[in-house]
Write a protein that binds this ligand. Structure first.
Ligand SMILES: [Zn+2]
Length: 252
């Protein structure tokens, strides 16, 4: 018998667990989704490590990063990142902020991070780098802990799907939760591959703009049934890995 589709809350719990399992986030870092019932709101866990997030931990926030529903539980200090990206990017329905170690070298050097493997094509030919010091001076703690800093970061993100944060991590966003999670997993992979290639020396062949656009078309908003099945394959496997089976998720 087919299981009922996951609710957005169940999908967000799953997304948290996948990102933790694949090392995109550790004790810190978070993923959110825009509220399908109200585009001016988003759903994000209370201040808890992604690998431990359960449905009861999820909270709703407005575009100023303020908790709704009278929920006064401790929220992530950097929830403002999500608010600012959703406000600036109506096309974004999911946002991830992470401190993934494989990505960090690219945040503190001039080595450009760009798509070199097709599974990370969404990051494009150029990933912008945001340095909080350049905007807010050399006395910050590097955290994006208010709307002013978050809006500055979102401005650097622009129309890209990812921005590096100097000495801190990255922010990424995407059209759907599934795709944003898949890209984040592959951002770490892309960074590792690119770093390894740099050790081999010589020029690196990046993906071209044409290749990136072709990948985007095949994974676009109206994919074919075949493409949809291919897109879901990773998500279905990862869901099984983090839940044992989909049926067990309701016991969390
Ligand atoms: Zn952070």
């Amino acid at each position: 018998m087919a299981l009922a589709p996951m609710t957005i809350y169940e999908e967000l719990v799953t997304a948290n667990r996948i990102l933790a399992r694949y090392g995109v986030v550790d004790a810190y870092g978070h993923v959110s989704v825009r509220d399908p019932d109200n585009p001016e709101r988003f759903i994000l866990s209370r201040s808890r490590s992604a690998g431990q997030v359960e449905i009861k931990d999820l909270m709703r926030f407005n575009m100023d990063g303020q908790a709704l529903d009278g929920d006064d539980r401790s929220a992530y200090l950097e929830r403002f990142i999500h608010a600012a990206v959703y406000a600036a990017r109506p096309d974004a329905n999911s946002v991830i902020h992470a401190h993934t170690e494989a990505v960090l070298p690219f945040s503190i050097t001039e080595a450009p991070l760009a798509a070199v493997i097709r599974s990370a094509s969404d990051i494009g030919t150029h990933v912008p780098r945001w340095d909080i010091r350049g905007h807010f001076g050399d006395r910050t703690n590097l955290l994006v802990s208010n709307m002013e800093r978050a809006e500055s970061l979102a401005a650097t993100l622009g129309t890209n799907s990812m921005a590096l944060m100097r000495g801190h991590g990255f922010v990424s966003c995407g059209w759907t939760l599934e795709r944003t999670v898949a890209t984040a997993v592959n951002i770490a992979r892309n960074a590792r591959v690119q770093y390894a290639a740099l050790q081999l020396g010589g020029p690196i062949v990046m993906m071209s703009q044409g290749e990136i656009e072709a990948c985007a078309e095949s994974r676009g908003t109206t994919p074919s049934e075949e493409q949809l099945a291919a897109n879901r394959r990773g998500w279905d496997l990862w869901t099984q890995e983090v839940h044992g089976s989909r049926g067990e998720r309701s016991h969390e």
